[in-house]
Write a protein that binds this ligand. Structure first.
Ligand code: TYC
Length: 107
């Protein structure tokens, strides 16, 4: 149990060794950005292969990015989000598309 300690006019709460604070891992949005050169087909393929989206959802996300300029491909812990960004960048380069992907902390 946490116990307040006195000593001055500030209450201090300490934790015992058995009381574990459970931290939720911070999550990151992986964003796809629109451009004029990457094909719609390639973006849909990326969403299916890298982000495990079904065909209908992949097309919806691609169209959202195409129309709005940016969109969320998926939300992951930091290391997973980083790996997805690297994989998309690698596949885009191999296929000579300028497709840009970034990550940002979720609220
Ligand atoms: N705007 C591209 C086109 O019309 C399609 C596109 C969609 C490109 C999403 C990038 O992240 C993107 N061919």
């Amino acid at each position: 149990m946490a116990s307040p300690e006195k000593g001055d006019d500030t209450a201090v709460v300490t934790r015992t060794t058995t009381e574990k604070k459970v931290e939720r891992p911070k999550l990151y949005k992986v964003l796809l950005h629109n451009d004029d050169y990457t094909t719609r087909e390639f973006v849909v393929w990326i969403l299916e292969i890298v982000f495990h989206r079904g065909d209908t959802e992949a097309v919806q996300i691609m169209l959202h990015v195409h129309n709005k300029g940016v969109g969320v491909a998926g939300i992951y812990p930091h290391d997973v989000a980083e790996a997805k960004v690297r994989r998309v960048t690698e596949l885009a380069e191999q296929n000579e598309f300028p497709l840009l992907t970034t990550m940002e902390p979720e609220e």
